[in-house]
Design a binder for this molecule. Sequence first.
Ligand code: ADP
Ligand code: ZN
Ligand code: ZN
Length: 763
Amino acid sequence: MNTTFASLILPVPLARTFSYRLPDDMAARASVGMRASVPFGKNHTYTGIIVALADAIPEGDFEVKDVLELLDEVPTVRPMQLELWRWIADYYMCAIGDVMKAALPSELKPEEGKQGIVRVDFRPKMKPFVRIILKDELADAFDLLKRSQRQQMLFTTLLDRSHALQQDVADAVAQDELLRASGSTTDVLRELVKKGLCEVFEQEVSRLDAPLADDQLQPLNELSEMQRVAYRDICQSFRDHAVTLLHGVTSSGKTEIYMHLMHEVIGQGRQVLMMVPEIALTTQLCQRLRRVFGSRMLVYHSKLSEPERAEIWKTLLRDDARIDLVLGVRSAIFLPFRQLGLIVVDEEHEPSYKQQDPAPRYHGRDVALVLANKHGAKVLLGSATPSLESWYLAQQGKYGLVQLKERHAGISMPSIQLVSMADARKQKGMNGPFTPRLLATLGHALRDGHQAILFQNRRGYAPTALCPSCGWSPHCPRCDVALTYHKSTRNFVCHYCGYQTPWPQQCPSCGNPNITLEGYGTERIEDTLKQILPVARPIRMDTDTTASRKSYERMLADFEAHKTNVLIGTQMVSKGLDFSEVQLVGVLNADSLMNMPDFRAHERAFQLMEQVSGRAGRRIGQEGEVLIQCSETRHPLLHQVVRHDYEGMADAQLADRRKYGFPPYTRLISVYIKGRYEDRTRRLAEQYAAAMRQSFGARVLGPEAPGISRVKNFYIQQILLKMEREANPTLVRQYLNRIHDAMVAANDEMMKVVFYYDVDPVG
Ligand code: ADP
Ligand code: ZN
Ligand code: ZN
């Protein structure tokens, strides 16, 4: 084929690719997946990815310009990744340029630029190294140094570290390491260089974790009888199901089983992706896997630096790099895998697998299924509390189902009890957010040397403040929400846009100087606990205190070492943590979990409570105890939690979902329209919904302003499309795209609002 034209994905929010002519010299070298820069519009230069090569101009593209430069010798993106990008753009109804932006590490990312090519590329990390220069006689060398003890010291260390006397060719030693080991300075080193005893040069180093030496690797744990049965059932299930759900109670050994499966697949020469929610990606889990899989494993999380991300990408692109396992968060689905044999999605029920903003608004678990399918790989979904979507498909026989109903080593499930806050209030017994029962049990456990976890789903100090005389309370000027008080910064903060304002001297509305705080966030719980229970040494874990991965890991290490004995936190404390001394778990306010305005609120509340309970009593001979504070003690959901009755919960919730037509019985697509002016936004949304009704009838709900109707000064309108599960998704999208095109053609105002879809919305 005489390739003369290339179609490119460009970083623009348009749902199409763009054609360019390839000059002869490039045409010979070009291949799909390479980056190229091209002129765009009047005076822009963009860099994009070649997705197709052709010998004729694709239809409809006229006025084709030339590619300016090919930026790669070998493709940066594999063909299968491009297929996945295309699927994501179609299914989640967003621009493929947006998918590309999300997928590529910025070091590799084609950047937009004005006038001139912006070269972005992976920069290897360089570090100074020292190489010893040995003359024939070692004695001569020492002779040169006899007047300086410090130089002798440095030289001896270099001799030792470079193995110069044991090997024919001495190793280069990292300069910083050498100086540290010898207690020297660069001045001393300079003297050695001057005397011709060594030289300093720059060498590329890896940004990735240093691998464990082979002798630190450990074999897999042997599976228990119960786990062996589950393992066998999973293998059996994979024969006729691409996807299998492993429903195993907390601490039943799901992770052990994953590791055995991974080992097996890796042995067949195929790669494994293990996905975890960001917050479950603890050092504990990394170390556990690292000990078995060593340097064949890479870890991919959101707090990596951009160069680290690019290095992981480049490493995986090399087919000779022996990377067998990637442990990663949602975005790891974008990595350039060679050949996947297995994807494990741990905690598959976690809502954080869904990306909310910006586009692509994809679900990591659901994309993983598509990715696996492209590779011919199997998928294992694991959870103690599966999502109702996955549970339903397993019940239907579409997924295989394997269950582990007991904890490992005969450890019993923690006993869960409800504590009535209503009763405590009646008896005037509440001590801040604590019932007397929780406080007494906590004191007892701590005095016995145990540890505890307290769960509250609100960060900050107090959810809001109130003027008792006029009812004023602080609201965000840009969003339709109350401000949360943060004591550490003495500010009221908006959790939606970050707006901050200091505590007012007096009520801005009536002048009353005594404004009071309402409710309890994690910060206030920590404060209160310190005041009323001296034996407590609490530490707080939420997004405010764990901004860096380091601080998060320090907290976990301190807790592990018993420097602290109560871990107070938001949902962050509900998973992935495996501490053997946690005897008590307290849930401070279960009602607030159940009363969220969302059709998944009860499912989610069950999952959170069951997961956080699962942190208690993970050691043999010490039964865990869980106290759930609530006002509505008779709520059926709470009794399902008490009995650890996942299946009872699932049956009841699925019956409701069927009755009211919610997923998994339907599929939802939210249409969002956001604008600066309330009237215009509302008017457009109404017209839009009317247009949708012409095609979809009563399946269209709204428009409606969501619970939080304004964020960052944008008014929000939402239209919900509820489709039968059986409806053909491609057709549905075709209709929606047609409606959108017609709306844009008929109405200039559509250009003045933000418009997007959220497919399979979560929360
Ligand atoms: P889950 O993933 O189901 O919560 P884990 O795999 O984390 O359970 O197991 C819980 C604890 O029990 C871990 O500390 C783990 O090391 C231990 N454990 C589970 N199964 C085994 C086994 N077969 N051999 C040794 N330890 C095990
Ligand atoms: Zn007032
Ligand atoms: Zn705000």
